[in-house]
Write a protein that binds this ligand. Structure first.
Ligand code: ATP
Ligand code: MG
Length: 562
């Protein structure tokens, strides 16, 4: 590929709105351009990265028996009404009408279409198991499309779907995917962890996320260096260290104007961990009081697992339910349902007194008020691991893949059934497995760059070789470079040839920015000494070779194909 004839629009400046490094570098390296919020064009080099990643994904999913199909982007509303997700999903779904006023939506995932195919084409236990996948466009009206291609409203996903007779079969296909995903991310050169996760809108019997470590990530995970426990912070279990409890007797203490945990603990001169935060929420069956320790945050997903969907109570709902302003609410003497974080099973605390300007000191949960105990608090760095007790670390991560045991959540409402050996109708047991190639690319850039630009893992680099002629107007230099370019192409090597009539400084800067694994420089030494420089982008290590030896040296340096 000759740069002078290609679309590789590199930029000197970061895009104005960019924060994530991958966003800045992918735009500056001329890989992508933003057409509108969360809608991106992939330019030639960006497209090559996506092709590389997709080829790796295809190989690994084919290797576990995947059969590639293509499903439509446009879906009739009926399918989503049958599964219940037409109503369950809100603004994230793009909806539209056709000329006959029929409702349609743009596919944000394809469980419904898969269940439709299964309902029509799968009949007997002999038809199962199956594994179908596609690499195709998804549309989601994300609330905050940002960070470049990490979160876009239109994106390509590899989504596969397994169909089995029973949970045991699903277990086998799920495990095959877990391993295939690890191979994919290993081959793409990512550092990642596999964590337990919350199935969210997919529903079902369990799920894992594949998380690439990066400060640009929107998710957080808790990791135990000792036993290997790893979970999304949304549901990570931890054992918080207990504070030094005081031998208080139960009494009311005046707390004029002190409402927040910080104000109350400052006034009473105690650490926040000796107080309890009381949150009035409204669930399906009315108001509920959720309790977490004063120094803890409530993790919504954890409570949702106990309570179902809920929202914070409005101030007048708080007054109706507990008879006091928010800020002085506490659990003692209330008749509404109380759900307390499990760590409050032990200890003696300060709580709101359900009247203005007062708190109760010396309250023992269970003794002074009834409560259901459940894990509600957000794990913090340094908390004991929920499994082994060793200290947990918290890291920011990018979700690059997600696998779900769906079970019969879609097959039952959508009538995707088969006849078993006894001729009995059974629902097909499904799994669903997603990977975002653009997130892999962006996560790779997040993890592999320096101040000068990208350092591509060679497996997903848009090209392997950056051939640079220092002065394309100098006939001898140009002759050497042109000959090398021809030889490299002839040998089937992937080469970007910077033959532009640009200043050498600009060309070298662009080479670092693009981050191809090897730079081959034809400069004045090629003319004077007959030597060409070969430089590794990652290490900066440089060797010189006569032109006749360059191809052999490149083969040696790149190693066997991945
Ligand atoms: P998130 O929680 O980050 O919004 P998700 O859990 O909704 O993602 P899934 O439905 O599990 O995503 O989709 C599978 C994969 O598709 C994700 O692991 C991710 O790699 C990719 N993906 C999801 N949403 C986007 C998006 N808006 N832009 C780019 N890739 C995405
Ligand atoms: Mg997900």
């Amino acid at each position: 590929m000759r740069w002078s004839k290609s679309l590789v629009p590199t930029l000197k400046e970061d895009p104005a709105d960019a924060e994530a490094i991958s966003h800045k570098l992918m735009v500056r390296a001329g890989l992508v351009r933003q057409l509108a919020a969360g809608i991106y064009v992939y330019l030639p080099l960006g497209q090559r990265v996506m092709d590389k990643i997709n080829a790796i994904i295809r190989e690994e999913i084919n290797a576990i028996g995947g059969q590639e199909i293509t499903m439509p982007v446009l879906h009739p509303a009926e399918l989503w009404q049958q599964s219940g997700r037409w109503d369950a999903i809100g603004d994230e779904m793009f909806r539209l009408k056709d000329r006959y006023q029929r409702d349609l939506c743009l596919g944000m995932t394809h469980e419904e279409v898969i269940a439709w195919i299964a309902a029509h084409e799968m009949h007997s236990y002999r038809d199962l198991p199956q594994l179908w996948y596609q690499i195709q466009t998804k549309e989601r009206d994300e609330a905050r499309p940002r960070s470049g291609v990490l979160r876009t409203r239109e994106f390509v996903m590899k989504d596969s779907y397994s169909l089995d007779r029973d949970m045991a079969g699903l277990g086998v296909q799920y495990e095959a995917h877990r391993q295939a995903y690890c191979k994919i991310f290993d081959r793409c050169g990512l550092r990642y962890v596999v964590v337990e996760s919350d199935p969210g809108m997919m529903g079902g019997a369990g799920s894992h996320e594949f998380m690439a470590q990066s400060p640009a990530g929107e998710d957080q995970v808790a990791l135990c260096g000792s036993c290997g426990y790893a979970a999304n912070l949304e549901l990570a279990a931890s054992r918080p260290p207990a504070p030094a409890f005081a031998a208080w007797t139960l009494e009311e203490v005046p707390t004029p104007n002190a409402r927040t945990i910080t104000e109350v603990s400052a006034l009473l001169q105690i650490e926040p961990a000796l107080t309890i935060k009381s949150l009035v929420l409204v669930g399906k069956d009315g108001p509920v009081l959720a309790l977490v320790r004063g120094d803890h945050q409530l993790r919504e997903r954890k409570l949702e697992r106990v309570l179902g969907p809920f929202r914070p109570a409005h101030p007048d709902e708080v007054r109706d339910a507990v008879g006091v302003e928010p800020g002085f609410v506490g659990p003692v003497g209330l008749s509404i349902r109380i759900i307390a974080d499990a760590c409050l099973r032990t200890g003696c605390y300060v709580v709101g007194a359900n009247k203005p300007d007062a708190h109760l000191r010396g309250v023992i949960p269970g003794r002074d008020f009834p409560a259901e105990f459940a894990d509600l608090h957000e794990a913090k760095a340094g908390d004991g691991c929920g499994r082994c007790g060793a200290p947990l670390a918290i890291e920011r991560v990018i979700e690059v893949g997600n696998i779900f045991k769906l079970g019969t959540k879609y097959s039952v409402p959508m009538r995707a059934v088969y006849l078993d050996e006894q001729g009995q109708e059974q629902p097909i047991v499904m799994g669903s497995y997603g990977i975002g190639p653009a997130r892999i690319a962006a996560a790779a850039v997040e993890q592999n760059h320096d101040k000068n630009g990208i350092i591509w893992p060679h497996t997903i680099a848009p090209m392997q070789i950056h051939l640079l002629v220092v002065n394309s107007k100098e006939p001898k230099m140009a002759t050497v470079a042109e000959r090398l370019y021809g030889e490299m192409n002839g040998a089937g090597m992937e080469v970007l040839y910077d033959d532009r009539d640009e200043r050498p400084g600009v060309k070298f800067k662009d080479a670092d920015l693009l981050g191809l694994p090897l730079r081959v420089t034809v400069g004045s030494r090629a003319v004077k000494e007959g030597l060409v420089e070969i430089r590794r982008r990652r290490t900066g290590e440089e060797i010189t070779e006569p032109p006749s030896q360059v191809l052999a040296a490149i083969r040696r340096l790149l190693g066997p194909p991945a």
